[in-house]
Design a protein around this ligand. Structure first.
Ligand SMILES: [Ca+2]
Ligand SMILES: [Ca+2]
Length: 223
């Protein structure tokens, strides 16, 4: 092994040690694997001539698409209401338009291994498009409109979505103020777990999660 790669290895180990103390659900070896994977993905960004302060939106979108089968029209891009793609926004905690190494590992800890409480927080954050701590009627409408498969026979699909918003509110809006606070959302999901992704898929399914973990944690260890 060259001096350079053993130095590199040492750096990664030190970094993994630090990060594994700050992030839940991954041990030090797993964090090391995630760092290596991040470096590979970052290298692909650099190779295409883009900035490399972290994973940019374009790269992030393709990772979600290729690894987790999540399509962009679902949750990544909710024009015209949106400032930023929503899953990206929850990963990019410091809001600098890049997902840094630490943000990548923190995001994946919820994505892959989050507890129900962590997932409730995450989904609420994704659905609260303007980050005002409420999911409004308007936000529900846009989310549902994007996530539902449109029936070509329907004359006015928007009417159907409006009805669905009202039905959902009736079910989830415990304090009856016409919008969902975090506690409304949390209470409803705890009563009925299926409501976690009521406004659109924003978490990977079990199959993709297992395949991703296999790819990152096991295949890399063999190397
Ligand atoms: Ca960031
Ligand atoms: Ca909101």
């Amino acid at each position: 092994m060259s001096d350079m790669s053993s130095l590199n290895r040492k750096l990664i180990q030190t970094l993994a040690e630090t990060i594994s103390k700050q992030v839940d659900h991954f041990n030090k070896t797993e964090v090391e694997c995630l760092i290596r994977e991040f470096n590979v993905l970052l290298g692909e960004c650099a190779a295409s001539g883009r900035a490399v302060n972290g994973l940019d939106k374009e790269k992030f979108r393709s990772i979600l698409h290729n690894n987790f089968g999540m399509t962009d029209d679902m949750i990544m891009d909710l024009a015209p209401l949106l400032v930023d793609p929503t899953v990206f926004r929850t990963f990019d905690r410091d809001n600098d338009s890049f997902v840094s190494l630490k943000e990548w590992i923190e995001g994946l800890s919820v994505f892959l291994r989050g507890t129900m409480d962590e997932k409730i927080k995450y989904c609420f954050q994704v659905y609260d498009l303007n980050s005002d701590n409420y999911i409004s009627r308007e936000e529900m409408f846009h989310l549902l409109k994007n996530s539902l498969i449109r029936q070509p026979t329907e004359e006015d699909p928007d009417e159907g979505i409006k009805d669905l918003v009202e039905i959902t509110l009736k079910r989830m809006d415990h304090d009856h103020d016409g919008r969902l606070s975090f506690s409304d959302f949390e209470k409803a999901v705890k009563e009925e777990n299926l409501l976690l992704e009521a406004f659109g898929t924003c978490l990977p399914d079990i199959m993709s999660t297992e395949a991703f973990e296999q790819h990152v944690f096991q295949e890399q260890l063999v190397l």
